[in-house]
Design a protein around this ligand. Structure first.
Ligand SMILES: *[C@@H]1O[C@H](CO)[C@@H](O)[C@H](O)[C@H]1NC(C)=O
Length: 403
């Protein structure tokens, strides 16, 4: 009898242990020169975070290990690696003659768009697992990465050896960590303005319940042919005034999230009414007693720039009109001056919204960039297909949270 009980107890404990697989924490740093974000990979090398990237890739000279033999070009893993060919990269093909040749992937540089052919190799992500309060222990997660030539690192931060794609696809980092560590296909992201940020791969236990419990959620939407995370916008307001965009303009193409650029791209039909509304709302602040913002010659790629001395400041950055993007599900992504303005040179600040080049009908209506996500806690939950978001209070930043 006692023996049976003990066995039952042991089974229960084992079940609890496996249901409590802990998420993997990676500190996030913003590179001042490029405004890109990196996480440590291993041995002092960093990977650039690309929230829309479908692969993990790295230079593989030194520490390179041969691809696992089972990954042939017709294997399911190879199909996953090539599920989202980047624009302008060669179309992956096995050729018709030999289906047992090794898999070739096509890693692409998110900044330059360059790509290269490379084999898959087993790489290591060295990080910590976390109980939501503190790092518990070090962990080495084996990940399949595409091997890239050094020249593919052009325009990426010094010290980085590749890119960690955070898209929802099968060989992006969240899916690989989920399967290796038996954690959820989900990650939390807090991108820093300076200082420290964090990526937590694998969902709960969630740190910062005071923030995560009051998150707004909006459905994550998949878009044919794109690995990126999209959500659906319903309207844009500048202060209390709705920007007059054509009916369904926001729903068409959706809202994409990108860490490739530090500012927002707006499709042409959205950009023009937006900048008009922003300039008007800023001028109206003067009527209410604020300084008169003095417009200056725009600095490319921005279309609306101001003499920074004539813009007030508050805890949310420059005191400019709030921009609110209303999302499907009722949540509102509110941007203060911290998220809506960039200093382009001493004394000149520009509205960080840029008109998309050649935005065709299929282009996203809005692409949110790094500056719009900074100091938000974002919960990319690919299992529940939803994105949670909440802005941190102005007195704190990602680095002040315990994790
Ligand atoms: C893991 O946590 C320890 C203790 O907080 C820290 O010193 C170390 O840098 C962390 N390692 C990584 C790879 O983040």
């Amino acid at each position: 009898m006692a023996r049976v009980l003990l066995l039952a107890l042991a089974a229960t404990l084992a079940a609890q242990a496996s249901s409590k697989a802990l998420p993997v924490l990676a500190p996030v740093t913003k590179d001042a020169a490029t405004s890109l974000y990196t996480i440590p990979f291993h041995d002092g090398a960093n990977l650039v975070l690309d929230v829309a990237g479908p692969l993990v890739w790295s230079t593989c000279d030194g520490g390179q290990r041969p691809p696992p033999a089972e990954i042939t070009c017709s294997s399911p893993t190879c199909l996953l690696a090539n599920a989202y060919p980047a624009p302008g990269c060669p179309a992956p093909s096995c050729g018709s003659d030999r289906h047992d040749k090794p898999c070739t992937a096509y890693p692409s540089n998110p900044v330059t768009g360059a790509c290269a052919a490379g084999s898959l190799f087993r790489a290591r992500l060295v990080a910590n697992i976390t109980d939501g309060n503190r790092p518990v222990s070090a962990v080495t997660v084996g990940v399949l990465a595409a091997c890239a030539p050094t020249k593919l690192l052009a325009s990426l931060p010094r010290g980085s050896t590749g890119v960690a794609g955070l898209a929802g696809s099968g060989l992006a980092l969240p899916a690989q960590v989920a399967s290796a560590q038996k954690v959820s296909h989900r990650f939390l992201l807090c991108l820093p303005t300076g200082g420290a940020g964090v990526a937590i791969l694998g969902g709960g236990p969630l740190p910062w319940p005071q923030f995560t419990q009051s998150m707004a959620y909006t459905p994550l939407v998949a878009k044919q042919g794109s690995p990126a995370h999209y959500v659906s916008g319903t309207s844009i307001r500048v202060e209390d005034t709705r920007v007059p965009v054509p009916d369904r303009a926001l729903a068409t193409g959706g809202v994409m999230l990108s860490t490739r650029l530090p500012y927002v791209l707006l499709r042409r039909d959205v950009y023009r009414p937006f900048v008009d509304a922003f300039a008007k709302a800023l001028a109206a602040q003067h009527a209410n007693g604020a300084l008169a913002a003095r417009g200056v010659n725009p600095v490319a790629p921005f279309g609306l720039c101001y003499d920074a001395k004539t813009l007030g400041n508050n805890l949310g950055g420059y005191s400019v009109p709030n921009v609110v993007l209303a999302l499907d599900g009722g949540g509102e992504w509110a941007m203060t001056g911290k998220n809506s303005m960039v200093d382009v040179k001493p004394g000149t600040a520009c509205v960080a919204f840029v008109e998309m080049e050649a935005g065709d009908g299929g282009a996203p209506a809005v692409i949110l960039g790094g500056a719009q996500m900074e100091d938000f806690v974002l919960d990319f939950d690919m299992e529940k297909k939803r994105l949670g978001f909440i802005r941190l209070p102005h007195f704190t930043g990602c680095g002040n949270l315990n994790f």
